[in-house]
Design a protein around this ligand. Structure first.
Ligand code: ATP
Length: 196
């Protein structure tokens, strides 16, 4: 089977950028956020299950998931939010593993997953890579994406801490410097840990 790499990092750390660099080295990337979207596509078993639980009010007139309607329900009610996770997390996990398992032996499969630590997925990978950056760098990058510093801080506070991510890391990629520094760090990791 392929070598399985779990790639995580706090919001704004540069995790997706690292995934892109790993793809340039030849890795196949599975993106958790994409899988999460795909399992509730129109016509999917996931969307049907969500409608069965939350009603047709969470559908747009076109029949796709109305994320803001669903968000309004689950963010106001912890139990309903837990119920949504109970429905979706197993579907996301099954689909993600199907994609990871489809990567041929001898190759590198990278799962880009923001909540690796929160979801306690560390033992499922051959190598856990954690991307880290200074708080100022992260807030600056998120600002460029239109997130106010207060919102950025709130999201950062809602995630696992750097210490919690470090505790499960096999490799820590520091990304407080330039993109060139990052590319070099990823190239070094590829050589040392991922290239055959
Ligand atoms: P999220 O969890 O929100 O998806 P992320 O950790 O995946 O975030 P990226 O999307 O990779 O983060 O990076 C956030 C932004 O910061 C992007 O616009 C990216 O281009 C930029 N960025 C990442 N690393 C650097 C760097 N070393 N120097 C400058 N900009 C960077």
């Amino acid at each position: 089977r392929a070598l399985r790499v779990g790639l995580t990092g706090g919001i704004g750390s540069g995790k997706s950028t690292v995934a892109g660099l790993l793809a340039e080295h030849g890795a196949t990337i599975v993106v958790a956020d994409d899988v999460a979207r795909d399992v509730v596509e129109p016509g999917s078993q996931g969307l049907a299950a969500v409608v069965a639980e939350f009603g047709e009010g969470i559908l747009t007139p076109e029949g796709s998931l109305d994320r803001s309607a669903l968000g309004a329900i689950v963010f106001a009610d912890e139990l309903r939010r837990a119920r949504l996770e109970e429905i979706l997390l197993p579907l996301i996990a099954a689909e993600a593993w199907a994609r990871i398992d489809a990567v041929p032996a001898g190759q590198v499969a990278v799962y880009d997953v923001p909540l690796l630590v929160e979801g306690q997925m560390q033992d499922m990978f051959d190598l856990v890579v954690v991307v880290e950056a200074d708080l100022e760098a992260r807030i600056g990058r998120l600002a460029e994406r239109g997130l106010e510093p207060e919102q950025a801080m709130a999201r950062i506070a809602s995630q696992a801490t750097d210490a919690e991510r470090r505790a499960v890391a096999d490799v820590i990629i520091a990304n407080s410097g330039s993109l060139e520094d990052l590319a070099r760090a990823v190239a070094r990791m590829w050589q040392e840990r991922l290239a055959e």
